[in-house]
Design a protein around this ligand. Structure first.
Ligand code: SF4
Length: 466
């Protein structure tokens, strides 16, 4: 155990990068994936990829890439205005894909799903009848017992209707996550998410009436014009519902999003000052939000996630997924074996997204991985470190050693000493935990990307956003 070297590192801290680089919710990022037909191993059959994997505690994720409106900050894989015939075609394709994937998992080893999630997009863009069909696909095609495992579903204020929520509750949903972003109408407009407070409150009431055990509310800080006072007002409006979970997201403006296009008008000379002021605003609001939630009886799980003390754990902890074994269905979903992460093509721009969804709905053959990235031993170590370190409870060194036979300080000395020199690590690690300090957690979106390998970094840099 050499973690105490962190505390003794005295090298001058290199200048820290800007605090908001990117949200690391999965490693490697999808922009590091490539068409597998270009890989020497080619597009391998799923049956071969999953043959030697453990399959007794899989996660199932089904992606519904449809929304009513496109929020200005959103770079997720989703399209707006899907006609009914398209959602039907999409569910038909999901059904075909699920049948093929379940066949590929085989029956030699026990196949069991330990958790399920419907994400998007907005899964509740689907009608109540379509949600029934979606649950049938998960249960009858994949064999997931939705009523006996945690089932998390994302929703939005305008689609969280009583009939849809009743279906989800009856089929076993244990967690509903709603993107509110701000309870201040003007801020919602500034983030290009037009919604009325009254509609948000109505949706929250319906979710509580449905009796689903865990409510998560997503809020965003760093919106143009947002102040400590208005941020506190949004937090208090959320807290009035006593949500079991709250996610506080810093606002990002990324290429090809609605806000990204608006921002193109900023004069280049003013950019650096504007960036610094915005970083400062986001850090201030983050700290104010964190302190308020801690004072209100919430525990910090990660930079973004807060859980009410004593609330049940019904969803993924900030998508911590060092563990492998994820089956993703739908054209924006990722799947993880222990050595390959794969998905379909990815895009942000609406025309490209439409093309990918259309191709998915007409596909007949789902038996091979199309786009992905192999995860070797070095990347597996990085992934474990990264995704554990970004959780407030930190990395258990004994677990790391049991899995890889080394100590994280042997594998990542320069990175960890650099973080320690910046004051981002807590304590000396003598408790067998490698944990971030409060400032380290605040800088999660700078620290995470610093742990990317040179190869992943290069692949991401070479990716052309489309
Ligand atoms: S943020 Fe959520 S609701 Fe808004 S466009 Fe993106 S996926 Fe849809």
């Amino acid at each position: 155990m050499t973690t105490s070297t962190a505390a003794t590192a005295t090298a001058a801290a290199p200048p820290a990068t800007r605090p908001y680089q990117s949200y690391v919710y999965a490693y490697p990022h999808k922009t590091a994936y490539r068409p597998l037909e270009e890989h020497p191993a080619g597009r391998r059959p799923l049956s071969e990829l999953w043959a030697a994997e453990r399959k007794d505690a899989l996660s199932l994720y089904i992606h519904i890439p449809f929304c009513e409106v496109r929020c200005g900050f959103c770079n997720l894989f989703t399209r707006i205005g899907a006609p009914k015939e398209l959602t039907t075609r999409y569910l038909d394709a999901l059904d075909r894909q699920a049948t093929t994937v379940r066949d590929a998992l085989g029956d030699v080893d026990p196949v069991r799903f330990a958790a399920a999630a419907f994400g998007g997009g907005t899964p509740t863009f689907l009608t109540a009848a379509e949600l029934e069909r979606l649950c049938d696909i998960a249960e009858k095609r994949m064999g997931a017992d939705l009523r006996s495992v945690p089932l998390s579903v994302e929703t939005s204020p305008s689609t969280a209707t009583a009939d849809r929520l009743a279906v989800l509750a009856e089929r076993g949903a244990t967690r509903v996550s709603i993107g509110v972003q701000s309870f201040v109408d003007a801020e919602a407009r500034a983030a290009v998410r037009p919604q009325r407070r009254a509609d948000v409150e109505g949706a929250l009431g319906r979710i509580r009436d449905a009796g689903i055990p865990v409510l998560n509310i997503d809020l965003i800080y760093g919106i143009d014009g947002q102040t400590e006072v208005t941020w506190r007002a949004s937090l208090d409006a959320a807290l009035a519902w006593r949500p079991e979970e709250l996610y506080l997201y810093p606002l990002y403006v990324r290429p090809l999003t609605g806000l990204g296009r608006l921002g193109a008008a900023t004069p280049p000379g003013a950019q650096a000052a504007a960036d610094a002021a915005w970083d400062d605003q986001r850090l201030r609001l983050y700290r104010a939000g964190r302190d308020h939630l801690l004072a209100e009886g919430y525990e910090q799980v990660s930079m973004r996630m807060f859980r009410r003390t004593g609330a049940p754990h019904e969803g993924p902890d900030d998508y911590a997924c060092q563990t492998d074994g994820m089956i993703g269905l739908g054209c924006g979903a990722r799947s993880y074996t222990s050595f390959l992460h794969y998905s379909f093509d990815y895009a942000v721009e609406m025309r490209e997204i439409r093309g990918i969804i259309d191709a998915f709905t007409t596909a007949e053959d789902f038996s091979r991985a199309e786009v992905g990235r192999y995860v070797d031993d070095g990347e597996a170590r990085r992934r474990h470190l990264l995704q554990s370190l970004l959780q407030a409870e930190g990395l258990r060194c004994a677990e790391y050693r049991a899995r890889f036979g080394t100590d994280p300080y042997e594998d990542f000395p320069s990175e960890l000493h650099r973080f320690a020199a910046r004051g981002w690590l807590a304590g000396a690690g003598n408790d067998g935990l490698l944990r971030l300090s409060p400032e380290g957690l605040a800088h999660s979106d700078a620290l995470g990307p610093e742990l990317f390998s040179p190869a992943v970094r290069a692949a991401m840099a070479a990716y052309e956003v489309k």
